[in-house]
Write a protein that binds this ligand. Structure first.
Ligand code: NCD
Length: 300
């Protein structure tokens, strides 16, 4: 579906298999202070967020700063010339004309990142594109799995909830093929892809018994009308302590955030020793540092 422009990261399909190991190894070395990453002095990196974000935006800001790159943030909420009628594409082209080392972009389906990557001279890094994908989130999840379970290969990832609207799930479908883990989905019928070749669990307990990693997704209330109550959702598909008794002691609990606590995941589950939610965030900075480092080296 998507194409890869040199050094851009728009999707995970076109990234060569060995690149994943390189990125993970860079992230490992960065965490051990074994990689001299302060290469960005005097450079800028543009972060264009046309949709809301907390973790991804701050993670890219932190990663840029740690590489010595000055992050220039354009946050649509703080007022931009889009309000004056400028198009999204023109906004991107104008920022590109300021010659940052890269453009990190979060946007809806109204901008085509693959096409934009052909129109600018610097790499574009997808920070969440409509429902199409969120490659750096899937990468940081996979890095977290590898760190805690030793390898991604052979793992069984159960994605629970709003899969149909999730770009995180979409990127995992791509990454699973590259890294050799299996993905199954679980949730109410309206939340699951209309057509899928994936394993589907309609019962959470059966899914949790199968999984080595269980990932809850945010119920995206803004994207569809709920046909039943959130209390019923919590009971049937929520990550509550009771429901998670079906998950093995060695398995991992994940969520990309932001969490609707008490709907898809209860607050006490955040204290569960299997829960990786904040580790995912910390690993996200490492993975984004590894990606930006590769961009500066010209070898993403
Ligand atoms: C996700 C996103 O925005 O795609 N969050 C994230 O980046 N960590 C998931 C969501 O919005 O539910």
């Amino acid at each position: 579906m998507l194409s890869r422009n040199t050094n851009s990261l728009i999707d995970l399909v076109s990234l060569e298999k060995e690149k994943f190991n390189t990125l993970f190894s860079f992230a490992d070395q960065i965490s051990l202070n074994k990689l001299a990453t302060q290469k960005g002095f005097g450079k800028t990196g543009a972060l264009l967020f046309f949709e809301a974000s907390t973790r991804t935006r701050m993670s890219f800001e932190t990663a840029s700063a740690r590489l010595g790159i000055y992050p220039l943030l354009l946050d649509v909420k703080s007022g931009t010339s889009l309000e004056k009628g400028e198009t999204l594409e023109d906004t991107v082209l104008n920022v590109a004309a300021m010659n940052p080392s890269y453009l990190v972009i979060r946007c809806g389906d109204d901008l085509n990142l693959s096409e934009m990557a052909k129109k600018v001279s610097m790499p574009i890094l997808n920070a969440g594109w409509g429902k199409k994908g969120h490659p750096t989130q899937a990468l940081l999840d996979a890095y977290t799995i590898r760190k805690h379970l030793g390898t991604c290969e052979g793992q069984r990832l159960l994605i629970v909830g709003d899969v149909r609207h999730s770009r995180v799930a979409a990127s995992h479908f791509e990454l699973a093929k590259k890294l050799g883990y299996e993905v199954a989905v679980c949730g109410p019928v309206d939340f699951l892809p209309e057509k899928t070749s994936l394993k589907v669990f309609s019962n959470l307990h059966e899914g949790l018994q199968w999984a080595t990693v269980a990932m809850a997704l945010r119920v995206q209330l803004e994207r569809h009308a709920m046909k039943y109550s959130l209390t019923d959702y919590r009971e049937q598909f929520g990550f509550t302590s009771k429901n998670l008794e079906s998950l093995s002691d060695n398995a991992l609990i994940m969520h990309p955030g932001p969490i609707n606590q008490g709907t898809e995941l209860d607050s006490d589950v955040l204290q569960d020793p299997r829960c990786q939610v904040l580790n995912q965030v910390s690993n996200g900075v490492l993975i984004r540092q590894a990606i930006l480092y590769s961009v500066l080296e010209g070898e993403l």
